[in-house]
Design a protein around this ligand. Structure first.
Ligand code: DC
Length: 221
């Protein structure tokens, strides 16, 4: 039996991956894998359990036994051991811890099989950093979204202010560049476009324009 089609959408934080992936999945009736959420949950769990990130075996052990459920307490929600962690995983702590655990090879291996399980008919849209390069190298379509660091920090700033959360733009830009550096320079599955990925620079594009481009590429893939 042939495998269900996958659309891999990779890119750095703030490139619009999450929004674009969920809109594309909705348009096609596909399921969605937000792989960053897995790394975020693992990061938050390490923090809660006081796990030293230098102890890769302990991080991997925790990754293998994590009880993570998507959509249990509402659409887009994420639960860890039955507790809703949707908000905490999106905090700066969640972002920082996710990027740190993402650099640990044993942790990536432990999360690998969980990601494959999301592949089901009629298809999957998977967003992350290494969907097209490592997790679904046979994806039907590979998209790599980019945007300037300034634009991405600006988007994050607006998002936080919109939620009534205080934010300082230069600090957001600095943190974002630091995470970009860590995600791109790590030895295992670094953030980079797959050789056969289509790169879309979203700096001056609206969400609708990007969704339209991705759907057009899929229908001609
Ligand atoms: O996509 P995101 O911003 O939610 O991802 C948070 C962090 O998780 C990111 O800085 C690096 C890590 N990550 C990863 O290493 N591999 C993925 N496929 C997805 C996320």
């Amino acid at each position: 039996m042939s495998k269900a089609p996958v659309i891999a959408i990779d890119g750095p934080s703030g490139s619009g991956k999450g929004t674009i992936a969920s809109r594309v999945a909705e348009a096609l009736g596909f399921s969605l894998l937000d792989s960053g959420a897995l790394y975020r949950v693992l990061g938050v769990a390490c923090h809660q359990h006081n796990i030293d990130l230098a102890d890769a075996a302990a991080v991997a052990k925790l990754a293998r036994r994590l009880d993570i459920q998507f959509g249990l307490s509402g659409e887009g929600s994420v639960c860890l051991d039955g507790e809703d962690v949707s908000l905490v995983i999106r905090t700066d702590l969640g972002s920082d811890m996710a990027s740190k655990v993402g650099a640990i090879e044993a942790a990536r291996e432990a999360l690998f099989a969980r990601q494959l399980d999301f592949r089901k008919a009629p298809g999957l849209v998977a967003d992350g950093r290494d969907m097209g390069t490592t997790v679904f190298p046979d994806a039907t379509l590979k998209i790599f979204l980019t945007a300037s660091a300034e634009e991405r920090a600006q988007r994050r700033y607006k998002q936080l202010i919109g939620k009534g959360i205080d934010a300082i733009l230069p600090a957001l830009l600095r943190d974002l560049k630091e995470r970009d550096r860590r995600d791109s320079e790590r030895a295992v599955s670094p953030l980079k476009p797959a050789e056969d990925a289509i790169v879309i620079d979203t700096t001056d594009l609206t969400i609708d324009q990007v969704v339209k481009q991705v759907l057009e590429h899929y229908s001609s893939a």
